[in-house]
Design a binder for this molecule. Sequence first.
Ligand SMILES: [Zn+2]
Length: 367
Amino acid sequence: MDRCDLCDSQRLAPVYQPGQTDQRIYVCRECGLCQSLPRFRQPEKTVAISGDANWGNIRIGKGLRVAQHLTWLKPLIQPNSVLEVGTNRGAFVRSLLKQFPHTLIDAIEPDTRLKPALQDLNLRNLWWDRIENLALAKHTYDFMYCSHTLEHLEHPSSVLCQLHEALKPDGLLFIEVPDLAFIQRPDVYEEFFIDKHRYHFSKSSLIQLLGRTGWQIEHWFADPLQENLSVLVSKGPRQVYEKSPGPEKDLFASYAQNLSDNRRTLRARVAAMPTHQRCVSFGGGRLFDIARRYGGFQPVAVVDTHLARHLSELGGIPVHPPQDLARLNPDLVVLASRGFVSEMERIVREQLPEVAIYALFSGGNNA
Ligand SMILES: [Zn+2]
């Protein structure tokens, strides 16, 4: 019988079934923590991108967050001895060393396929393992960075206790996880509950988990994308969890309705695109995947800053870096993004001052 990772209760109520997966989403009616069951780990798949629960395995989201995090953290931390949990392609470590060249960094990354990407890094230790399997030295670090990792762990509470022991008494831990509040947005197209995430934290359930494992909040950061919970914590007294029924089933039902309504309207949005001969999509991520599969969107090419390094095509459509835009000679550029529309528009205008631009996910025609 499955038990809640935070409070050990068996009162796990099913609230939502994502499409294209066997995973189901539950809320613990004792403490309110939202979690996916069964807690199996997806077998590794081929390189792909999906807007549904089967998400694919190109992990570039973490790297995209680093610049924002360092802007927030730079005035608040003194990173002499640092631990990164889930170092991925090393984006954080690289940027941190640029700004603090004398920092001693230990990094943990379970995915050995990333070895080539990390081999040039100047680290004190690099452990190719899951954090649960490691014995960390006590009171070693003055700063720890754990971005988009906690939600993947089988038992986040025990890992938070493990980190607590390894941190110096006056040290700080930065955590970022996807915010469950995302499902209340009107403009959802991509599945929030992806297979790789075992936990889905709201602000209150994250506070409860942190309190129970001996952490106190130092600072919340406001994510301009409104997609993440980003928090700096320090060691504090261990709290008991407060009883909470968590989010109502209705919330998940309206999310499901919204998701399916929005996906249905995509066909009309694609049909309403300005007349064109050669359409190029700027953005090849999860939203593009949704537009292609649910909206019938078929551009002649995709440009994408990050994906072009990892893929040559998406569903048969060639993928290029954005600097190829002018050479692709489009008469329409479609922005397949929600958060980066103005940044994309600027890049397009640098190369193609006159081309028609259409923001597919934020209401259509742009100037
Ligand atoms: Zn619970």
